[in-house]
Design a binder for this molecule. Structure first.
Ligand code: C2E
Ligand code: CA
Ligand code: CA
Ligand code: CA
Length: 278
């Protein structure tokens, strides 16, 4: 028994070592990827209630030389464990601002682009400076960027959140509260913080047509948001039925596979042009 205990211990130690090695490897590869153009932004349309594509959410992908297209869930958490996320975040901000201008030159005008920002990037880095730099560099108007942050990011450091969000507001950049309803309930912050928009999490949208409680949650979020003069985006819209239910309750914007998956820029442009000609 003594022996097997020791073996178990060694086994765990090996497994932990392996995981640490693996993480270091990915970190190194990711650092290389950022500097060597292996990252790419995909874009998912956001439509208004008239069916017009008025904006998009930028979602990062890693074109890995061996693994192909890698989804952010596989590398953002690793980047977030180190200062790498700040570099990645700056890359995303710049790529997004560049793309907005590029589209505009090609006759594709979006009201704004939504860009995801995670906790470490927001609190540890100088997010305000990073945003300002990217906007200035490409001559993008601040009102055309919406930063998507989560409730947990706020709760992690309320003082820092308040001061940085106020600076961003002064700059003219807007804030959207992503995955709303899934994190620590922070209803108080809706009033205190300069938030412009709520995104109803896709977990509530998924069963909105079949589950009475989800419908009530969605209705409650919409009614509360509208009383607080916040606009609402529903994410994860996959069916016509979901869309109809949300539209009937005055949700302003919609995003999901029902319209379009996140796609590379060229496909996004094709989507917008096709929708325009309909
Ligand atoms: P998120 O911000 O909640 O993004 C929504 C996710 O839902 C995206 O996954 C999107 O592809 C997916 N989605 C969109 N429509 C539908 C739908 O109709 N049905 C379903 N089932 N899913 C849908 P993705 O692209 O894999 O991104 C995952 C997460 O990675 C994002 O969640 C976000 O938290 C993070 N992320 C993505 N890009 C960035 C980035 O540039 N920076 C940071 N910090 N995080 C990012
Ligand atoms: Ca998001
Ligand atoms: Ca979300
Ligand atoms: Ca999410």
């Amino acid at each position: 028994a003594k022996n097997s205990g020791r073996n178990t211990y060694c086994f765990f130690e090996d497994a932990m070592q392996k995981r640490a090695d693996q993480r270091l490897k990915v970190e190194k590869e990711l650092r290389y990827a950022i500097d060597n153009n292996q990252l790419e932004l995909y874009y998912q349309p956001q439509l208004d209630s008239a069916g017009q594509c008025v904006s998009a959410e930028a979602l990062v992908r890693w074109n890995h030389p061996e693994r192909g297209v890698v989804a952010p869930g596989e590398f953002i958490p690793i980047a977030e464990e180190s200062a790498l996320i700040e570099r990645l975040g700056r890359w995303v901000l710049r790529a997004g601002c560049w793309q907005l201008q590029e589209w505009q030159n090609d006759g594709i005008y979006l009201d704004h682009l939504a860009i995801n920002v995670c906790a470490r990037q927001f609190h540890c880095g100088d997010i305000v400076q990073d945003v300002r730099d990217a906007l200035d560099y490409f001559g993008v108007d601040p009102s055309r960027i919406i930063l998507e942050i989560t409730e947990s990011l706020i709760v992690e450091n309320v003082i820092d959140t308040i001061s940085k969000m106020n600076e961003l507001k002064t700059l003219g950049v807007r804030i959207s509260l992503d995955d709303f309803g899934t994190g620590y309930s922070s209803l108080r912050y809706l009033k205190q913080l300069p938030i412009h928009q709520l995104k109803i999490d896709q977990s509530f949208v998924r069963d909105v047509a079949s589950d009475e409680s989800d419908l009530v949650i969605v209705e409650t979020i919409l009614s509360m948001a509208h009383h607080l003069r916040l606009e609402v985006v529903a994410e994860g819209v996959e069916t016509e039925e979901q869309l109809a239910l949300l539209q009937a309750r005055n949700c302003e914007y919609f995003q999901g596979y029902y319209f379009c998956r996140p796609v590379p820029s060229a496909q996004f442009v094709a989507y917008v042009e096709e929708a325009r000609n309909k």
